[in-house]
Design a binder for this molecule. Sequence first.
Ligand SMILES: [Zn+2]
Length: 50
Amino acid sequence: MVNLGVAGKPNDDCGDHEWYNSDNVVEHCYHCAAGQRPYDAAHFHDPATG
Ligand SMILES: [Zn+2]
């Protein structure tokens, strides 16, 4: 069984946040529910354009 961290322990900090833009207001972590921070476009660079 694979433990994705978010299942069962939604308030645990995964320790290795990987962010996604939820709604242009808040970013969330793929791995845990504890990972939240204000959205900033600068966090999401496009590697094709630098
Ligand atoms: Zn996390």
